[in-house]
Design a protein around this ligand. Structure first.
Ligand SMILES: [Zn+2]
Ligand SMILES: [Zn+2]
Length: 376
């Protein structure tokens, strides 16, 4: 072990460098002189040891203060790195690099182990979307194996052992070029456990595939394409694992009478020509299965819309309700009886098409006149 190094010179920093500067310098130099980058280069290896020795002292405020006051005498009777001085072998190096680059490599230890998320599609009727509904759904999922109580072992007296390769971590660290990366343990396939006598039912996994029935409460007002998340109702994933989530995708079947736009409902209602002319009251269906009376004013035209306040869908997470709109379609009668024909002819003679009585025509024909005269 080198004993008379100027640690500041080794790290190429000034004596008043702060912790960040020291760390930065160490990273740069350690990368440069790392033995993986300089295979067979004894000098680089030596430099690398010196850099680590210097950093070991300067990164630690107490050791640094002692070194500043007493120099190397501060560490006599043992190296700065402990009894054996700086230890280049063993796990020491790996730990340094794991600390330095672990985050960069996309996380190292920890991270929640979770079962898979599941997706199911549920189709409901227009009326069910209106009123809200509870649906039984069948979810294919992995559940705890009953045969072995999830232990995965056929013999309850010989439960799973901690995996000797990864000591239960489920992951092993491997060097890949310059970096250390974590991989699932090949011995236990990431479970961290080793089973000598696997359960015949679940093959040692502790879980089995099963259809689980679940009740989903679908709220009133739900729209086509809505996704509901049921936290923790996804795949079990085995012992010691947080279950995944279940996503229920809802599709709403179209309705032969009603269309929907947000919370509003639209319904086309045919009205006889005479009803539209004279005015009347009609009954219309409401999505909740009831009926509502609607006044059709005399002179109603095709395409005119009448509003039924509050007869639409519930607005999710609110007590508000949408409206229902009746779109009037005035019907022209076909297959007239002789008498009907006489009456309509009489109606026409009486001035059925007079200007004031036909608002659409008035506007239309005055525009036609303007068009033909070259004004439009
Ligand atoms: Zn293992
Ligand atoms: Zn089992």
């Amino acid at each position: 072990m080198a004993t008379n190094l100027d640690y500041y010179a080794v790290l190429e920093v000034s004596r008043d460098a702060d912790g960040t500067e020291i760390k930065k310098a160490y990273r740069r130099l350690a990368m440069k002189y790392h033995p993986d980058r300089n295979p067979g280069d004894a000098e680089a290896e030596n430099r690398f040891k010196e850099i680590n020795e210097a950093y070991d002292v300067l990164k630690d405020d107490q050791k640094r203060a002692a070194y500043d006051r007493f120099g190397h005498a501060a560490f006599e009777g043992g190296g700065p790195g402990g009894a054996g001085g700086f230890d280049f072998g063993g796990g020491g190096l790996g730990d340094i690099f794991e600390q330095m680059f672990g985050d960069m490599m996309g996380g190292r230890r920890g991270g929640r182990r979770a079962g898979a998320d599941l997706q199911v599609q549920v189709s409901i009727t227009f009326a069910e979307a209106f009123s809200g509904v509870k649906k039984q759904i069948s979810v294919p999922t992995r559940v705890t194996c009953e045969s072995c109580d999830g232990t995965g072992s056929a013999d309850k007296n010989q439960p799973a052992e901690v995996c000797p390769s990864c000591h239960g971590a489920g992951k092993v660290r491997a060097q890949q070029g310059f970096f250390f990366v974590e991989r699932p343990c090949p011995t236990c396939h990431g479970s961290g456990r080793l089973i000598r006598n696997p359960c015949k039912v679940c093959h040692g996994t502790g879980t089995v595939e099963k259809n689980r029935t679940l009740e989903v409460a679908i709220p009133a007002g739900v729209e086509d394409g809505t996704r509901i998340r049921l936290s923790g109702e996804g795949e079990a994933g085995g012992a010691g694992v947080t279950p995944g989530d279940l996503y229920v995708h809802i599709s709403v079947e179209p309705h032969p009478l009603f269309q929907r736009d947000g919370a509003n409902i639209y319904c086309r209602v045919p009205v006889r020509m005479t009803q539209a002319a004279l005015g009347t009251e009609i009954e219309v269906p409401v999505v909740d299965g009831s009926r509502a009376k609607v006044k059709i004013p005399a002179g109603t035209q095709t395409g005119e819309t009448l509003r039924l306040r509050g007869k639409g869908f519930s607005v999710l997470r609110s007590s508000a309700r949408g409206d229902m709109y009746i779109q009037v379609v005035v019907e022209t009668p076909r297959h007239l009886t002789r008498r009907q024909r006489e009456l309509l002819e009489e109606f026409e003679t009486e001035g059925g098409g007079h200007d004031k009585g036909s608002p659409e025509s008035t506007g239309f024909f005055s525009k036609v006149k303007d068009f033909l005269e070259g004004k439009l």
